[in-house]
Design a protein around this ligand. Sequence first.
Ligand code: SAH
Ligand code: SF4
Length: 363
Amino acid sequence: MAEIEQTGLLGLDFQELSGVVQKHGQPEYRAKQLFEALYPQRISSLDAISTLPKQFRVALQEEGLEIRRPVIEKTFRSTDGTIRYLVAMPDGETVETVWMPEGDGGEAGDGSSADESDWQRATICVSSQVGCAVNCQFCLTAALGVKRNLSAGEIVGQITAVLQEHSVDLERQRVNIVFMGMGEPFLNYPQFMKAVRLLVEGVGFPESRMTVSTSGIVPRIHDFGGEAVRPKLAISLNAPNEEIRTSIMPITRKWGLDLLMQAAREFPLRNRERITFEYVLLDGVNDSANHARQLVELVRGIRCKVNLIALNPGPDIPFGTPAESAVQTFQSVLVQAGIPAFVRRPRGRDIYAACGQLKRTAG
Ligand code: SAH
Ligand code: SF4
């Protein structure tokens, strides 16, 4: 895959902005002005940064250093308030970013719909790559293959574009970020982590409001545990044993379930933090009460919770959605064994539709 070229100002950290400012012979405080404009103020055009002298703005433009924020190209509204955006990168590649007002559809949400202007909390689901190389058999993004990594600026830019679209005031309104859109964040680790730092230090998200989901890139799980500032960790487990996992997530051949569970066991959790295991239920494949009992043994001793997701079906997905009763039985086996387990509501499914469906239907 091609190396990422830094294409604009968005995605540069304070030190890099200081370098730009120095190169242009501008006073040091201009770096702070640029940083403030890009991140907390979420400004998308150089001309709108009124604190900068015109001649400096023109010089940056002449050098090709525009802000270059990704732009919302298409908007799809779901009846439950979820909005899916097709977002175009500066080179024309597109990804999906999803806005979910009123909770994340999981255990915290009450599942109620929200008027567009009348929300208290929202979750933004963001993409980390154009497509994905991991090839999970139930996921539509897999069929796209991976085109390229997103830069830190393109990851942050999806979020700032959506925040601006909804005129969000982060001091007053509560927004969570989930890195669960297209792509495998841990296969784009440096840019993903840089985006996290810009979100925390710049845009104003506490790390506790962010969750990253990985299909199980074991060496990066270890790295991630050592980060001073990091989102919460979710692992897409999706199977109760090696055999089933290998058949639906071929990445298991590279990092087996033993290694993955060992990484989860060793993961240094913070006070009151839990690992989330995501588990997509596939009819007749991984959804029996026996599978649930195996899962209980697999996660025993790990401070965790399990999010159950009934398959979001789609064309070319060779699996079916389990009956509601199977989902409930599966959940109750976990709960009775003392494992917090939640069924993600259909609106949650709307998020996971971010796994390739929007882009495909949009052509
Ligand atoms: N690549 C990362 C993050 C993005 S996928 C990962 O796999 O964890 C986010 C979640 O969507 C994963 O837990 C994945 O298992 C789930 N998912 C993928 N396709 C789905 C589908 N068709 N229905 C329901 N969930 C799906
Ligand atoms: Fe990639 Fe995640 Fe989809 Fe697997 S589930 S193909 S890792 S996006």
